[in-house]
Design a protein around this ligand. Sequence first.
Ligand SMILES: [Zn+2]
Ligand SMILES: [Zn+2]
Length: 477
Amino acid sequence: MAIQPKTVAMVTAGVAVTAGLAYMLYFDYKRRNDPTLKKKLRKEKKKVKQEMKKAQEKAKTNALEIIENVLKAAEKETFPSSPESKEKYFMEQVAAGEALCNKGEAFYNDAVLPFYLALKVYPAPMELILIYQKTVPEPVFQMLINIMALEQQRRQNIFYETFPPKETHVKLGELPAGKNEEGTPVIRRSLIADKDIEKDEKIYSERPLVSALYPELEGSHCNFCLKSIDNDESKVPCPHCDLVAFCSESCRDTAEEEYHKYLCSHNTSTDTKAVDEADDENTALEFAQTSKTNNTKYPYMIARFLSSMVAEELKKQKTEEKASETTFGAWDHVDRFRYLETSPSAQSEAEITMLKKVLGTKVQGISEFLSDEIYLMLKGKLLYNAYGIPASTTTTVDVRDSEEHSRVTDSEAKHIGAGLYKISTYLGQSQDSPNVKLSFDNDEITVTATKAIKKGDELLAAYTLPVGKKSTAEEKN
Ligand SMILES: [Zn+2]
Ligand SMILES: [Zn+2]
């Protein structure tokens, strides 16, 4: 079946629906990993998923050669970086693909590359695939599905080959975790030793992906690294607000760059212009006050995480023309964490509304990205995985107990905040016979062996979880 000239219009018309969101900051995250799109695909477009699975299984046929060639050609391609040039590039590739299809079946294999290249610059590839399904000839469509499946598989493999880094002496093992309802064995990813480890050996340390203080402690502890600065003459304020303080200029600058520029209330700014430009209601200030009243850390941690993600993306756009298959960002990590499934509530609704108000005007695309589903998922990840960060023994803190669960590693300790960690999230849990202990230096976590551990053994730490052992927390591979 030759493609009709009309279909160019159809592909581009279908695309126009999402083109408004098309070139926002979350470009790569959406393209690679948007869980909403994945879920939509999972739920509503079962057929496409089945085809992708089928395709994945039979990817070893002669189509493989064509796929390899397309992937190789795509690797050499320099993709445009500005929104306008991406859009132009996209239109050109779709038109080229369709022109080849119109020439007849003999040109179908050649048409795969331009259609694939168009996918590479389109922010919501799953949506585009659905449009392709209706518009491009079946064999071309099959090939595109094959390529996407293979690419996803490769990226997944690369992730677990390169993470955690070698120098941490740990690996993510696949351990049996019973069977699901259908009787299929389930695996879980957990940290295992990558070498023999001696008792009392320090295994690794890491700083968090994101951390936050109890709101009551802002000003007395560093907003970035959580260090106590109550009686410290080196206390560094934010030049524009009195909501936060830092322990050093470097903490202040990093925080400013990564998130505080989006979350600063500018309430002490002497620059009247900045004050005028701030929202009439000063939503950043309202956000900070609400967090304090409700004694919540997680909405702020989510705001901080999303802001850092945007900063990371902007930085990447500056340094890297081509989206690399081996570059994994904060989202790639968080996306793989298990999470506690929670239902929407009046509180979560209010939190989402607040975040959209605070970030919406400053971060393009955030309102579309931060769906209820994504917010609840992110919060569920914090509830399940974040560790409570204890106060250092030399400081006394007085904070109200929190209703937000964080992993408690020492029931005696007073907490100053919580942190979410790339590696330590995967530590196995054992209240009775742990083989490692966790210690904190501000928000940096250190994992030390309390027993000799053999290479391949699971690392087990004592900490609390928000659910019983037979939890239904969703795990993604
Ligand atoms: Zn600091
Ligand atoms: Zn500020």
